[in-house]
Write a protein that binds this ligand. Structure first.
Ligand code: COA
Length: 257
């Protein structure tokens, strides 16, 4: 199983564990994460959720082989796919979500952080949203939330050029709370998640709902419209060239488009 879950001391952990493929997310892994979030929501003993990856890799994003073989949105609306279910489940989750990011956090590895409440990054973290390089468009409401967080200019570097950024830059532009030495990251993130055990859970949930309410509908609508475009872009010649180039370990050639 490439998603490990557990509940310990009030914290439901969701650990991405597929290091041989750099923690790339398959459809089954999205479903496993959604199942874990649903269970955490319904379990009164769970006060917070903690996302983590493996040393040196948070996730390399959506599994590119899956993108080619089973693109979300094929045959049914994108939001009915396991990816869509995960996007809606996390963005509507009303208990606190903490993320501990080590190494590369690519694509949805970075955009999922926009929907977490507390984000801690290791000093080796490298974040990127290189949808553009794959012939795709931003997802998970990142086209809305990234410009809001850091302004249009810095968002353009990350979404239009697809530039990667460091742990320090992630804090500076508001995606993360703090940078920690890699060896201390997980314990720190867990301690922060466990702080919710001492707080009144109803007030925490209502506060999170209030903080998110003004944008809830807008985020859902953005996820939907991005998803439709993303699904159609996945079938575009540009994207097929980019995805096949990755699998064939060569540089994509966009000169013919
Ligand atoms: N989907 C499917 N397989 C992936 C993957 C992904 N997103 N990311 C990595 N892998 C696989 C590689 O194909 C390789 O498989 P192999 O050993 O069978 O050849 C293995 O994981 C190791 O990856 P590799 O690229 O050799 O590791 P690296 O340390 O040189 O680079 C990354 C790590 C994460 C920087 C690089 O793998 C990468 O850029 N991945 C793709 C990121 C991406 O574009 N994601 C989609 C965003 S929308």
């Amino acid at each position: 199983m490439s998603i490990k879950t557990g509940i310990h001391n009030g914290v439901a952990s969701i650990e991405i564990a597929r290091p041989e493929k750099k923690n790339a997310l398959t459809l089954a892994m999205y479903d496993a994460m959604s199942d874990a979030l649903d269970a955490a929501r319904d379990d009164a003993t769970v006060r917070a959720v903690l996302f983590s990856g493996q040393p040196g890799i948070f996730t390399s994003g959506n599994d590119i082989e899956d993108f080619i073989a089973r693109p979300p949105g094929q045959g049914s609306p994108m939001l009915e796919s396991p990816v869509g279910r995960f996007l809606m489940t996390l963005s509507n989750f009303d208990k606190p979500v903490v993320a501990a990011v080590t190494g590369a956090a690519i694509g949805i590895g970075t955009t999922l952080l926009l929907h977490c409440d507390l984000v801690y990054v290791a000093d080796d973290a490298r974040l990127a949203m290189p949808f553009i390089s794959l012939g795709l468009v931003p997802e998970f409401a990142s086209s809305l939330l990234v410009p809001q967080l850091m302004g249009m200019r810095r968002a353009a570097e990350k979404l239009l050029l697809g530039d990667p950024f460091t742990a320090e830059q992630a804090v500076e532009c508001g995606i993360a709370n703090a940078v920690l030495p890699a060896g201390e990251l997980l314990n720190h993130a867990r301690r922060m998640a466990e702080r919710f055990n001492a707080l009144p859970p109803g007030a925490v949930r209502e506060s999170k709902r209030l903080m998110r309410a003004p944008q809830r509908e807008l985020i859902a609508a953005t996820i939907r419209s991005e998803g439709e475009l993303f699904a159609s872009r996945l079938r575009s010649p540009e994207a097929l060239e980019a995805l096949q180039a990755f699998m064939q370990k060569r540089k994509p050639d966009f000169s013919k488009f």
